[in-house]
Design a protein around this ligand. Sequence first.
Ligand SMILES: O=C(O)CCC(=O)C(=O)O
Length: 313
Amino acid sequence: MTATSTPGTTGTTEATATTAPQEQTAAAAPAVQLQFDTREIDECPPDLYRHEAIARGIDSFDNFGEEAVEFFQEYGYVVVHHAFSPGEVQQALDGLLYLIAGNRPDFRGIQFEAKARKILDTIPPEQRQDVVRKLIGYVEFDERLKAMSRHPRLIDAVSRLIGEPPALWADQALLKPPLIGREKPWHQDHAYFNLPIGTRIVGAWIALDEATPENGCMHIIPGSHRDGPVVHFKRRDWQICDEHVAVGKIAAVPLEPGGVLLFDGLLHHGTPPTQSERRRRALQFHYYPASVARITGEERLKVFGSEGKDVTC
Ligand SMILES: O=C(O)CCC(=O)C(=O)O
């Protein structure tokens, strides 16, 4: 989502797709217009991502048992290292690069960094990825990426966390280009999704490069999902107020390529701006219980918006 998108409308993060992973349903994600981020990069407070801990993880989906489910309920996340093989990671990267290079002109879900506007026509296709901020709604445009969203071991783990067969709510690729990749301020993903409060939403953030604090890995507040929905404000983004972030309880989530962070839709999380020359490319899928019906943006904002509440930022 960009600072210019309106909470409650179809922003660049807000999802409109519903594709049941267990069924090969027709294309569900409407194509998003090609867009450039118009926002200048805002400075964030220097300590906003100072981590006190590194998120704990299990070694692979082979170890994903009842203990992982209980850990998720308690802390709002599970890290699974080596969840995807190097071959699967490469396939996903190939799929992304194929779309970024413009091989599917009907795919309009690429959001470029602001600086790309002037130079996009002048740079070779293989350099385009270093001015891309995100891709949205791609699973129906590339079989390799669709396969990742339906990966049987991922779907099995998500089903256990949700407690019933999941449907895909949103599919994104989040790129932090070297040196220019911007912050994604602290937020709860449910604040973007028109799903009833109480819906078990699970995000899967899959590292395609090594993700580190320097190049902008995920940062989380373990256990924060248990505090329930919190008010979001339109500041640098649609976000939790900086002053409301529990600095002092932050865990960084460094991942090797093929590692995944599974996290609750109410977990407070964000990513700092990159300070690195190394790429940080990731896929992100959001799943929800297939039986749940959507709500309106207005209903969502009654909970996540600040209007009419005694909360300031
Ligand atoms: O990958 C990132 O930088 C941010 C991911 C995220 O939290 C989001 O897009 O909701």
